[in-house]
Design a protein around this ligand. Structure first.
Ligand code: BYC
Length: 345
């Protein structure tokens, strides 16, 4: 067997003979350089693993915390059609959380541990979800701007070097694309409606614009993890590159919506081939990620409550799984009383 293939896969517990570590590392680096995917059973440096756990966990937490601001409007959606669309969107976010928690589990961390870290503030979630949804137009602004920013950030993650994360991103991006369009369409309807509706849409965009730009993370010269994550091809572009790409996409879309963006410095720069934009309030960003945003406390206490109230579902699912798998994990025949639930006669 060629050295590359022989030194790609670690033993089941991830251990390799110490003397071989340098060889395994060289094989890992060569695989990353060749744009090959790293898979769960492959040897990987501890720091690569912990960087992935940090980023994917933060991403998963963002998806499930992100359900809250929009779920706030399900009961007050202005029509049955809007309610059905919003419910589907919020359910999609729960699904994204599940794909992403599964991706982190392939790195050897249990879901219980991840949720505990979220609930105790030891892992972060996106700053954007600490802002309140004050009017119905906020649902549109979140779809257009927040999901739009998410797509801009996540499309390159479909090419992330870690296989399970990259594959989860493919489906997430398809669904985010629908979310972004529903937000745009909702804002367009408001913008073309009564003067009050137009004003409501404008107010929502004014409030969500700057926090959406902060979603991409701190400026490159303050981004602690970007250089290493890009070298490992976890991230394919820097925070500032993606932020600029998003701004360039949004400016013409805002014009088509007949809405303005709340930045007097926004103007096309012929030389750069990009829009220039005004300063971002990084002090606000730092406060929000420290836990002092408008809704941080509310989001975490709501999450803990949902988790506690869901305990009986987890217990029932575990009991059901144990009944079918047996204590050893071996497959057992379903008993008569649950056979119908398996679709077996
Ligand atoms: N919010 O070195 P940096 C969604 C932290 S869900 C909070 O640049 P990195 C949606 C960062 O963690 C959208 N914290 O970090 C859901 C680090 O702190 P630690 C979520 C942030 O990882 C429902 C420190 O700042 N998307 O779209 O290289 C409904 C230094 O940052 C933020 C993802 O999670 C922030 N905005 O780059 C609708 C995408 N930014 O960990 C929509 C995946 C930075 O050292 N994640 N920090 O304590 C990424 O692409 C990258 O993690 C980031 C940050 C670009 C976000």
């Amino acid at each position: 067997m060629a050295p590359a293939a022989a030194h790609r896969t670690a033993s089941v517990d991830g251990a390799v003979p110490e003397a071989d570590t340098a060889v395994y590392e060289a094989v890992f680096n060569a695989a990353v350089a060749a744009d090959e995917r790293i898979e769960p059973r492959d040897w990987m440096p501890d720091a690569y693993r912990s960087t992935l756990v940090r980023q994917i966990a933060q991403h998963a937490h963002s998806e499930i915390i992100g359900m809250q601001p929009e779920a706030n409007w399900i009961s007050r959606a202005p029509s049955l059609r809007r309610k059905a669309i919003l419910m589907a969107k919020v359910q999609d976010e729960a699904g994204h959380g599940l794909y992403l928690y599964s991706a982190v589990e392939t790195l050897g961390v249990s879901r219980e541990e991840l949720l505990d870290k979220l609930h105790t503030g030891r892992q972060k979630y996106s700053s954007i979800f600490n802002y309140p949804t004050l009017t119905w137009a906020d649902v549109g602004a979140i779809g257009w701007l927040v999901d739009g920013a998410a797509i801009t950030n996540q499309v390159p993650l479909c090419r992330c070097s870690y296989g399970p994360y990259a594959r989860a991103m493919v489906r997430v991006c398809k669904e985010e694309s629908f979310h972004q369009r529903q937000g745009y369409e909702l804002l367009l309807a408001l913008s073309q409606g009564t003067p009050e509706q137009h004003a409501m849409a404008q107010d929502a965009v004014d409030r969500w614009w700057w926090p959406s730009l902060m979603m991409f993370g701190p400026p490159d010269d303050e981004s602690a993890h970007s250089a290493q994550s890009m070298a490992w091809k976890i991230k394919r572009h820097s925070n500032d590159e993606l932020r600029q790409r998003f701004i360039d996409i949004c400016v013409p879309q805002a014009k088509s919506l007949n809405l303005t963006l709340p930045d007097p410095d926004l103007r096309w720069n012929e030389e750069r081939g990009h829009y220039d934009f005004g300063p971002i309030d990084w002090a606000e960003f730092r406060e929000v990620i420290k836990g002092n945003g408008p809704c941080n406390e509310q989001r975490i206490s709501q999450r803990r409550k949902a988790h506690d109230e869901g305990a009986w579902v987890r217990e029932a699912a575990a009991a059901y799984a144990a009944k079918h798998n047996g204590a050893t994990g071996a497959a057992v025949e379903p008993s008569a009383d649950t056979a119908d639930m398996n679709g077996k006669a």
